[in-house]
Every structure is written in structure tokens, then in C-alpha cells.
Write a protein that binds this ligand. Structure first.
Ligand SMILES: Cc1c2[nH]c(c1CCC(=O)O)Cc1[nH]c(c(CCC(=O)O)c1C)Cc1[nH]c(c(CCC(=O)O)c1C)Cc1[nH]c(c(C)c1CCC(=O)O)C2
Length: 371
């Protein structure tokens, strides 16, 4: 698929922000915008189990469009999950309502890599339903805004595959990093190659940007991050670009979100492989200034505390203004510092989006008048 196969884009603000081009207002989308806090999503999920929605392109398309119908968002993100990859590799994953994901048979010992994972599986075959959902959604969006594709990153997927469910310490998965180093690299490499195919197929199906979610860095030491996360994030970004150029498909911006990897942000930036780095809410304004100063062609995304959406409208506007002052309006995509929570009021989401647009436009107009 090429852009000629789809309706022309009417709002390319986010793509311009990725390229460092002038924008009239700061673009915004919200991590986990398609989902749990929306009544129209709850109505669908009351009738269809989670992975059925993921696997049915018409339902995935509908859920992806719900937030962009309701709000003035500058991007849509395809409804899917990071855990479709372990599923595609042959592992069972259940989504337990109100609890989250559960692997009934997680990886326990290195021998499980030969019995619980099928290395012959291909993303292009197993995850065809994701690519069909992307093509359908891009057509149905009718150029309203760009469509984002995504994948979980290797360490985050590996940690789920070993822990079997959410964990605060990740001690079972970290045990592999310390005691089965070679087998850990084998698994991470296998995942990285699968993820490259998954992202390339999403782009080929119509995704106009992609985001890599490395959500589980909080439990890593800087050394573990440097050995078991960073190299694979880089391998994926490079692999995606190489494969796109081999297939003569135009490249798209790659966003990386390494949550809680404050120690790794400069290295991610210096790799030169990512167009956008997404920041969580713990990153200080000093660190943001430093990232800006040392990486002039990098776009930043983030990083409002998701809980700030519980604040009054007046206070939320103050937080948004402060965030825009810290990041500036150029090379910036407004977002939360992690996914939105299920109990956020739909009105507060609207205030957030509208405040980013209004305040950034006002700041931009003032700057233009001054110069
Ligand atoms: C770690 C992770 C997962 N999934 C994802 C991550 C990385 C981002 C992050 O760190 O939050 C990514 C994800 N999951 C989902 C999307 C869809 C697109 C979007 O709106 O951003 C995306 C981008 C749908 C979903 N994935 C899930 C839901 C909720 C299912 C429901 O309650 O109906 C949605 C809408 C379920 C899910 N899926 C996962 C968990 C831990 C859970 C349960 C907790 C939760 O509700 O978030 C794994």
C-alpha cells in the first residue's frame, strides 16, 4: 500500500512535528486513548472478549475511531495489544477482566524456548488481522488524522512471557538476565526480529507512524538496560528502516517510549535511530533542556502525569501551560506520561486536548508577533 491508495491527509500536524517543520498548534494524542474510559468502548467490550475485538478488523476499526470522533485528536492509534506477539509465537494469553493479562503457561526454564515457542511462525501470517484492521481504519479515517501502529519492545514482552502476569519486582524475568544470559539474548533477538516484521507489515498496511512500547524499564539497572533493552530497541529501528528500503516502502517516524529509563534517554537520542522519544512524567525540566540542547533533530513526546486529569479545569490548564513552557511548541507532541486510567472523566480528556491546542496556538501567535 502507498499513500496514493488512501484518502489525502487533512491534518498532518503530528508528521510535521516529527520532521521539525512549523506547526500552527501543538499536536496531541493520548496513550491508551482507544479504550477503557470511554462508555462506547465499554459497550463493545461488554459484548466481545478483548482479543476478539483485536482479531475482528471491523471491531478494532470501530474502537480506534471512537476517540477521534469524540475529540479533536491529531492522531489515531490502532486498537490491538502488545501481547498479540507472544500469542502469535504460540503462547496462550488470556485477558482477565479487571485484572489484566495472564499466561497460563509462562516460560520457566530455558528449555521452554524450544517447547513453548514456535520459531517458525511469521508475523505476516499470524497477525494478518492487525494489518487488515489498519488498512480498513486508514480508509475509514478518510484522512482526518494519521494512524499510529505499535508494538511492545523485546524486554517488556519477555518479562510478560516469564512472569505470566503483572509483577512489581519482575524477579522471575530478571533471574533470566542474571542466570541465563545467552538464552535471554536468544529470546530477545527472536522477539526483535519478529517485531521488525510486525512493524514493517503495519507500515505496509497503512500505519503512518509507529511507537515501540518498552514499558518495563523501572525494574532494570542502567547496566541491564544497556545490555538487554537498548541494543534491541536500536536493532528494531535499524531493521525496520532497512527492510522498508529493501521493499521500496517510504519510511515513517519511529517513536520510542522507554518508560522509567531516565538513565537511557541520552543514549537512545544519540543513536540517531528514533524520530521521537516519548517521556514519562518523572523526567525533569533540566533533563528535557539537555535532551533538546544536545539533539537538535529530535522530537519529544509526553509527559503529563495521567493523574493530572483528575484535577479541576483551572488547574489542568496551569499544568498544560507549564508543560508547553518546558517543551516549547516546536518538535513537540503533547501526550500523557503513560496510558490514560479507566476512571478519568470524558470531559476532562476534552479539556486536556483543547487546552493543548488553545494555549500552544496562543504561544505560537505571540512568538510570531514578537519576531
Ligand atoms: C503493557 C501494555 C499492555 N498493552 C499495551 C502496553 C504498553 C503500554 C503501557 O505500558 O500501558 C499497549 C496497548 N494496549 C491497548 C492499546 C490500544 C491502543 C491505545 O488506545 O493506545 C495499546 C497501545 C489496548 C488495551 N489493552 C488492554 C485494555 C483494557 C481491556 C479492557 O479492560 O477491556 C485495552 C483497551 C488490556 C491490557 N493490556 C496490557 C495490560 C497490562 C492490560 C490490562 C491493564 C489495562 O487495562 O491496561 C498489556
Amino acid at each position: 500500500m502507498s499513500s496514493n491508495d488512501f484518502p489525502p491527509l487533512k491534518n498532518d500536524l503530528i508528521l510535521r512535528a516529527c520532521r521539525g517543520e512549523p506547526i500552527e498548534r501543538v499536536p496531541i494524542w493520548i496513550m491508551r486513548q482507544a479504550g477503557r474510559y470511554l462508555p462506547e468502548y465499554k459497550a463493545i467490550s461488554a459484548q466481545h472478549p478483548f482479543f476478539e475485538v483485536c482479531r475482528t478488523p471491523t471491531l478494532a476499526c470501530e474502537v480506534t475511531l471512537q476517540p477521534v470522533r469524540r475529540y479533536d485528536l491529531d492522531a489515531a492509534i490502532i486498537f490491538s495489544d502488545i501481547l498479540v506477539i507472544p500469542q502469535a509465537l504460540g503462547m496462550d494469553v488470556e485477558m482477565v477482566p479487571n485484572e489484566g493479562p495472564c499466561f497460563p503457561q509462562p516460560l520457566k526454564v530455558p528449555e521452554d524456548l524450544n517447547t513453548k515457542i514456535d520459531r517458525t511462525r511469521k508475523a505476516s501470517i499470524e497477525l494478518k488481522y492487525v494489518y487488515e484492521a489498519i488498512t480498513l481504519t486508514r480508509r475509514t479515517l478518510d484522512g482526518q488524522c494519521p494512524l499510529i501502529g505499535f508494538s511492545g519492545a523485546p524486554w517488556t514482552l519477555m518479562s510478560y512471557m516469564i512472569e505470566g502476569k503483572a509483577s512489581t519486582t519482575m524477579s522471575k524475568a530478571k533471574r533470566w538476565l542474571y542466570s541465563y544470559e545467552n538464552e535471554s539474548h536468544d529470546l530477545l533477538n527472536l522477539l526483535a526480529n519478529f517485531i521488525i516484521d510486525h512493524l514493517v507489515e503495519q507500515i505496509s498496511a497503512g500505519a503512518q507512524l509507529v511507537q515501540l512500547f518498552e514499558s518495563h524499564c523501572a525494574c532494570l539497572t542502567p547496566d541491564l538496560f544497556n545490555r538487554f533493552s537498548l541494543p534491541y530497541l536500536c536493532q528494531i529501528a535499524k531493521g525496520v528502516r532497512d527492510e522498508l528500503s529493501k521493499r521500496q516502502i517510504s519510511s515513517v517516524p519511529i517513536i520510542v517510549f522507554a518508560k522509567d529509563a531516565h538513565f537511557g534517554l541520552q543514549d537512545l537520542a544519540k543513536s540517531g535511530l528514533f524520530d521521537v522519544i516519548s517521556l514519562d512524567w518523572t523526567i525533569t525540566s533540566t533533563n528535557i533542556d539537555l535532551l533538546r540542547k544536545e539533539n537538535s533533530t529530535l522530537t519529544l513526546q509526553g509527559n503529563l502525569d495521567p493523574c493530572a486529569l483528575y484535577a479541576s479545569k483551572e488547574n489542568l490548564e496551569k499544568f498544560v501551560r507549564r508543560m508547553l513552557e518546558i517543551f516549547g511548541t516546536k518538535r513537540y507532541i503533547a501526550n500523557l506520561g503513560h496510558g490514560i486510567y479507566p476512571d478519568i472523566s470524558v470531559d476532562n480528556v476534552k479539556w486536556f486536548i483543547d487546552a493543548v491546542h488553545l494555549i500552544s496556538k496562543e504561544m505560537n501567535d505571540n512568538n510570531t508577533n514578537k519576531s
